[in-house]
Design a protein around this ligand. Sequence first.
Ligand SMILES: [Zn+2]
Length: 271
Amino acid sequence: MLCVRWLGAAGLIIRTDERVVLVDPFVSRHSKLELLLSRIAPKQEPVRRLADELDGVDAIFVGHSHYDHLVDVPLVARLTGCPVFGSQSTANVLRSSGIPEDRIHVLQGGENLDLDGYAVDVIPSEHGKSPFFGVPFPGEIPPDPRLPMRANRYRLGKAFQFLFHMDGKRLFQSGSAGFCDEEVRSRRADFAFIALPWWRKRSGFVPKLIGSLKPDIIIPIHYDDMTKSSTSIKGDISGSEPVEFAHQVFLLDPTIEIRFIPVGWDHVLVD
Ligand SMILES: [Zn+2]
């Protein structure tokens, strides 16, 4: 059995009969006003509900340290007692949150992690670029950040994509619409979870990224409005253009299936 749940933004729960892995879990969904006016922290109610529901977590993977990928991670890690894999910037936030050192695994990019019952390739990546301000919040989060921080203090750090090898399948997760040509050229995936914000600004996004991965199934992510608690999806968030993306994938290879799945529901990929 292989099952995923899209948590909103780039967040995923990937579950097999044996393992539960989280990627970029983010359920706090702070409002625009909260993001503008205050320091932000994990929201206890949705994060605790998530942790309570999961009967143990094997690991959390964090693709980069923007708030919508990282802010909830320390609380999820504390509640579930699981290890976390992420950049040095991610590690700095985890340490300031009191996560014990032996549960913090700093990634550089390029690792092939052979873990208990599954494996993960850590792919060095670039972050997607806004047409207005380029890569949002670049730079590193320094050691010992004082928490809670404002959203704009969650600097990018190093960016990774992940290729999970679980139950004989390859699951690719990209948490923003950037990538390194040479890093994805030789990758193949069965299932690809692709973040869409500003994907049209990345030249060759569909032919190079999707053309390399040659997935059987693409599940678009990160096109929801994560500043709203509602998970209904309307309009075109940050240039996500999901319909145009699906159209271009069809023109590239009509055998690739695109599945738009709702936020918050388990979706079985393999029975
Ligand atoms: Zn980001």
